[in-house]
Design a protein around this ligand. Structure first.
Ligand code: NDP
Length: 272
């Protein structure tokens, strides 16, 4: 086992109630269940990751659970997220099934995967009760823009601890980022590498060359410096390792501005 690169002041975000969320996690969307997911999670845990992001919809919770069980790492050292898709049964039923597949007694974070207004608003109170019961240590949402987050807050009930949204230099949701900071909601960046598409962009390649890092590390570091949690996905051991090496360098203000400038959402109206 290598030394844990994922440590230090920047390495966790406080979700309240004593819950610390590691700023780096492994995303497992589009990993096939079985060996592919198990191997990736095993490599991630070996490389020092302590946070895994899965979902019922990814159909690989069982493989995540198998790798966790084999690792022998104490449950309290791990941070496991799964998500409720609002087209399925009630969250209480679905979380019980997820926990069974994961082989866990609780998840650290349970998210509403996608806003389906009518059901997700009622579901939110059910998630709150799952948190009260200790079956989810924290609860949050995903794919919520400022308007939906505002509605959720206006509805009463507990605040969302996390909003997991697409966030990378090409999807720099500045307004949402500011809103989350004001409301003390942690913004969690999914597709932080723009699904691998942004890595060859000349601006990113140029910065990476100058700071002697990979393009992926530059994209992840940009998100971390904006206060986001990042969950890059990879099935390759070398990439899983190098994607974790983002806490030992800093991007300067000029490079941050250049990366901010790659945003496409402000032009398409998706910046909410
Ligand atoms: P990412 O932005 O993490 O990119 C993943 C892609 O980049 C894969 O093709 C991977 O290939 C490649 N890659 C990873 N590391 C490197 C590297 N160092 N160099 C070059 N290529 C690399 O995309 P995702 O969309 O998967 O997002 C990450 C996670 O976010 C998901 O796995 C999921 O957990 C979550 N998510 C949540 C959503 C939601 O609705 N809540 C929606 C989408 C994602 P390879 O595997 O071959 O290395």
């Amino acid at each position: 086992m290598v030394a844990n690169p994922v440590s230090g002041d920047e390495a966790t975000r406080d979700l309240g109630n004593g819950v610390l969320m590691p700023v780096l996690g492994l995303g497992v969307w589009q990993m096939s269940r079985g060996t592919e997911t198990e191997q990736a999670v095993e490599w991630a845990l070996e490389a020092g990751y302590r946070h895994i992001d899965t979902a019922t919809a990814y159909k690989n919770e069982q493989s995540v659970g198998a790798a966790i069980a084999r690792s022998g790492i104490a449950r309290e050292e791990l941070f496991v997220t799964t998500k409720w898709l609002p087209i399925t049964r009630r969250p209480t039923v679905e979380l019980a099934r997820s926990l069974e597949r994961l082989g866990l007694d609780y998840v650290d974070l349970y998210l509403i995967h996608w806003p389906f207004p009518a059901r997700s608003n009622r579901a939110w109170l059910e998630l709150a009760s799952l948190r009260e019961q200790g079956r989810a240590r924290a609860i949050g949402v995903s794919n919520y823009g400022t308007e939906r987050l505002t509605k959720l807050i206006g509805q009463g009930g507990p605040a969302a601890a996390v909003d997991q949204v697409q966030f990378n230099p090409f999807h720099f949701r500045e307004r949402l980022l500011r809103f989350c900071a004001q409301q003390r909601v942690v913004l969690e960046a999914y597709s932080p590498l723009d699904r691998g598409r942004g890595l060859d962009h000349p601006t990113i390649v140029d910065i990476a060359r100058r700071v002697e890092r990979t393009s992926a590390q530059v994209m992840l570091r940009w998100a971390v410096q904006h206060g986001a949690v990042v969950i890059p996905k990879s099935i390759r051991q070398d990439r899983i390792r190098s994607n974790a090496e983002i806490f030992d360098f800093t991007l300067g203000a000029e490079d941050m501005r250049a990366l901010d400038g790659l945003d496409r959402t402000s032009r398409t109206g998706k910046a909410r």
